[in-house]
Design a protein around this ligand. Structure first.
Ligand SMILES: [Zn+2]
Length: 131
């Protein structure tokens, strides 16, 4: 039985024994307990939200340490898959977004920006992007 239920039970007892003043006081306590319960729930939601934000910030920091800017894109240090990530999305929003690749050209599916790597010499067929 929680705080609100206990106060409600005490108020019912006060009503049965005819103690009007005690009953009135317990109703006020019950109201205060309900308000505290609502505030507690709101604080719990806020703490959960802040913990999520901290976890996301820590993850972004961890990713940032792991990233290397090379050839106009970000890559993960030690990653042998050659996956490239959008510098605009990372630098501005701290979002790690895979880039679509067509030869030496890249396109971001989040910010829709396209560009060539510095090594690009040949014509690039736009529209043939792949991950
Ligand atoms: Zn982007």
């Amino acid at each position: 039985m929680g705080l609100v239920d206990n106060v409600k039970a005490a108020a019912e007892i006060a009503q049965k024994v005819g103690s009007i003043e005690l009953y009135r006081q317990l109703l006020e306590v019950q109201q205060a307990a309900m308000e505290l319960t609502e505030k507690n729930a709101a604080l719990f939601r806020e703490v959960t939200n802040l913990k999520d934000q901290l976890r996301e910030r820590d993850e972004r920091e961890r990713l940032g340490i792991d990233l290397e800017f090379t050839g106009n894109v970000y890559v993960r240090k030690g990653d042998t898959t050659r996956a490239a990530y959008c510098p605009k999305c990372w630098d501005v929003d701290r979002k790690l977004v895979h880039l679509l690749r067509a030869g030496a050209a890249f396109k971001c599916i989040n910010c829709n920006q396209s560009w060539l790597s510095p090594q690009a010499r040949s014509e690039v067929r736009i529209g043939s992007f792949e991950r």
